[in-house]
Design a protein around this ligand. Structure first.
Ligand code: ADP
Ligand code: ZN
Length: 728
């Protein structure tokens, strides 16, 4: 619908990055130049807010009553049309307000303001009256003629900022104005890459071909860990850049490590631009602007990088495509793998999904011919796939109060004696997942969640892994008051580290979990220590599971292989298989063969058998059959709905009212409401519905029909999760 022309000017619709239902109309005063996608400032109630011109005015409000656009931000290129279409698509699919999705795309504070300049310093011939050795170092550092800020000079010379300022006062250094953002280096697609094996070269050739064709093509790059998938997809990245396009590699946040960036640098001669949650505000701004202006050619990023304003994206790679970390669970819930495929389709370019353990969704898509599958069968060079064995914990149990079976301990001894490294994997942070009173049986719970508090012994506290609540470990039982009656039940990685230190007092032990690592940089030290063989035994959570390459690591012990199977969600088996397969892939990546031991109380379980036999495809086939029989994804569709409120009674009433309003529809059943497995979270009572629908059902339309005119009380919240991955 086009709006009646407004006298003298034009009317436009402006989308504002807030949870509003859609764009609002504004008047674009005469003389103000703007186009679709232009960033603008508009009045909203008493405030002035940022927005994006989304298109023609909707005409819902009489043009004469419209408020005028206050300002067009001319310093920034308009948001590309394809990104605007993508935002609309994601909003429609995930049933989120478009403004909320837009917010994902402009989450770079200050990105729209003109770049502020910085002051850098240049060396002169003047020398201070008094020369100290610290001052000498600064002069020596600056003598290469490069411009540096005070901070940079101080850091490089290893002196305090004060020393540098002293030299500025003495006019040994003079200020020069620099543009605020350091420029980006261009990766060189033709820099010397590794020589590819025939199998790798064939896969790379095919990817390059698809990039050249320049149309939508979903590709599944399926190869065992160590087969060189990264090297292979780098060739596609190179080709995209040769064609003058930008390229995006999405990795699970946790895998965005210095080691990965180094590999990019070895292939392309410089670091890529990074995008992840640990970036400083200044770096976010710099990367966002660099991408928007086309100065950034390649981005390696976590899932939200999908929403960067690429004017000319020509390739997306989704590394470790099976990772559930690609599912955003808070706020706008979306799956970055699925939305990555959509983004590629809207932009008409290829998307590469890479994995050693493809998700069932992608495997089925390849099976049915929707995705093209490229297979790498061998590990690079002489590296062999590790041998995987299960240790039956019923017949080889650990001693009382211990967690490692004598079989595994024996293997660790052998590994140590051979001068090689072992890794023990347990996907559970902290010391113990449960603290129990021996006298009365009381279990210490989070006051705000239906969850036990996890003991973190290094920090001497109990911590809720759902809401972050912490409390000191009490001396007496909070329920019966008995002293010294609290016992830690079950192991976390800290407890395994304790056992290892007791068993191997001379070994050099490292504990690696997200509690003692923050951000890509902090991984560097511990990972390089492992690489340099300064560590004998590593105990790690899933931060250790991802693509690191440690040539001397030959033994992997999985402390509790059954752990992931406990929760009954539909992907429990698949996820456990993927995770443990990946962990196993850490062993024996170089010439030395790797051995993997799975401690399990149910070695006869299908997942354990598949891991031991290495028959991934048979496992996937069985899983697929089961899902097909039960009409579960990808053969059916699910929507998770959570009703929550601080007022438990209200949550109940809202859920009951919703249950009464479920519309009738073919091939759709609605289960619930039932208390969620985490029935209390951050003080909110939670009830769940699960919508189960046939594959062909338009679940968005069903949800809209259900919820469209349902008035949710202010004190309650309904969150809708299309294609849920979490059922908690
Ligand atoms: P994947 O991603 O499949 O697990 P990587 O790409 O990480 O495999 O490769 C595993 C290791 O083998 C890396 O250290 C990589 O540098 C090395 N590698 C792979 N292909 C080659 C090659 N053609 N020449 C030399 N080294 C290679
Ligand atoms: Zn809590």
């Amino acid at each position: 619908m086009s709006a009646p022309p407004h006298e003298g000017g034009r009317t436009v619709s402006v989308l504002i990055p807030l949870a509003l239902p859609g764009p609002y109309d504004y008047d674009l005063p005469p003389g103000m130049a703007a186009e679709e996608g232009s960033f603008v400032v508009v009045p909203l109630g008493p405030r002035e807010v940022l927005g994006v011109i989304w298109g023609e005015a909707t005409g819902e409000i009489d043009a004469r009553r419209l408020k005028p656009v206050s300002e067009v931000i001319e310093d920034v290129p308009p948001m590309p049309a394809v990104l605007r279409r993508f935002i609309d698509w994601v909003a429609g699919y995930t049933l989120n307000p478009r403004g909320s999705v837009l917010r994902l795309a402009i989450r770079a504070p200050g990105a729209l303001e003109p770049a502020r300049t910085r002051i850098a310093y240049q060396l002169t011939n003047t020398r201070p009256a008094r020369m100290t050795s610290a001052r000498e170092r600064v002069v020596a550092t600056a003598s290469d003629g490069f411009l540096r800020t005070v901070r940079e000079l101080a850091e490089e010379a290893g002196v305090s900022d004060g020393v540098v300022r002293g030299l500025v006062e003495a006019e040994t250094l003079v200020p020069v104005e620099l543009p605020a953002d350091a420029p980006f280096e261009d990766p060189d697609p033709d820099a010397q890459g590794l020589e590819l094996s025939p199998e790798q070269a064939e896969a790379a050739g095919c990817l390059v071909e698809r990039v050249r064709e320049g149309r939508f093509a979903p590709l599944l790059l399926d190869g065992v860990t160590g087969s060189g998938k990264t090297e292979v997809y780098f060739e596609a990245v190179a080709e995209a850049m040769r064609q003058g396009h930008q390229a995006l590699v999405l990795v699970p946040e946790i895998a965005l490590t210095a080691q990965f960036l180094d590999r990019f640098e070895r292939r392309f001669g410089c670091r890529p631009a990074e995008w992840h949650s640990e970036l400083s505000t200044r770096e976010r701004r710099r990367v966002w602007r660099g991408v928007a202006e086309g100065r950034v050619k390649a981005v390696i990023g976590a899932r939200s990088a999908l929403f960067l304003p690429f004017p000319d994206l020509g390739l997306i790679v989704i590394d470790e495509e099976h990772e559930s970390a690609f599912k955003q669970e808070e706020g706008v819930t979306y799956h970055a793998r699925d939305m990555g495929v959509v983004r590629a389709s809207l932009g008409s370019f290829p998307v590469i999904l890479s994995s050693a353990t493809p998700s069932l969704e992608s495997a089925v898509n390849a099976e049915q011919g929707r995705y093209e599958r490229l297979v790498l069968t061998g590990r690079h060079g002489d590296a062999q796939l590790p041998r995987i064995a299960a240790i039956d914990m019923r017949t080889h149990p650990p001693e009382r109060g211990r967690w490692l079976s004598p079989v595994l301990v024996q293997e660790m001894v052998r590994t140590l004696e051979a001068g090689e490294q072992s890794m023990l994997f347990l996907n559970r942070r902290g010391y113990a997942p449960l603290t129990l009173c021996r006298s009365c049986g009381h279990r210490i719970q989070c006051p705000d969640c239906s969850a036990w508090l996890v003991e973190h012994r290094f920090r001497r506290e109990l911590r809720c892994h759902h809401c972050g609540y912490t409390a000191p470990v009490p001396k007496a039982c909070p329920s019966c008051g008995a002293e010294d009656s609290l016992v830690a039940c079950g192991p976390g990685v800290e407890r395994i580290a304790e056992e290892v230190s007791e068993r191997f007092p001379d070994a050099r032990v490292a504990l690696v979990s997200s509690d003692n690592l923050r951000g890509p940089q902090s991984h560097v030290d511990v990972f390089s220590a492992i690489e340099e063989r300064e560590i004998d035994i590593v105990i790690g959570t899933q931060v250790m599971a991802k693509g690191h390459h440690f040539p001397w690591l030959t033994l992997v012990g999985v402390v509790d292989a059954d752990l992931g199977l406990e929760n009954g969600d539909l992907r429990a088996g698949e996820r456990t298989f993927q995770l443990l397969q990946q962990v196993a892939g850490r062993a024996g990546r170089a010439e030395r063969a790797g051995r993997v031991f799975l401690q399990s109380y149910m070695p006869e379980h299908g997942v354990m058998r598949a891991l031991v036999s290495g028959d991934r495809d048979a496992f996937l086939e069985r899983e697929a059959e089961m899902r097909e029989r039960m009409e579960l994804p990808p053969y059916g569709r699910l929507v998770g709905v959570v009703v929550s409120s601080h007022d438990g009674g209200l949550a109940q009433r809202v859920a009951r009212e919703m249950a009464r309003r479920v519309p009738a529809a073919d091939h759709v059943s609605v289960l619930g409401p039932a208390p969620a497995p985490i029935a209390l979270l951050r003080g909110r009572t939670r009830l769940r519905f699960l919508v189960k629908a046939g594959r062909g059902v338009n679940v968005q339309a069903f949800m809209n029909a259900w919820l469209a005119d349902f008035k949710v009380p202010n004190a309650a919240r309904i969150s809708v999760d299309i294609d849920p991955y979490s059922f908690l």
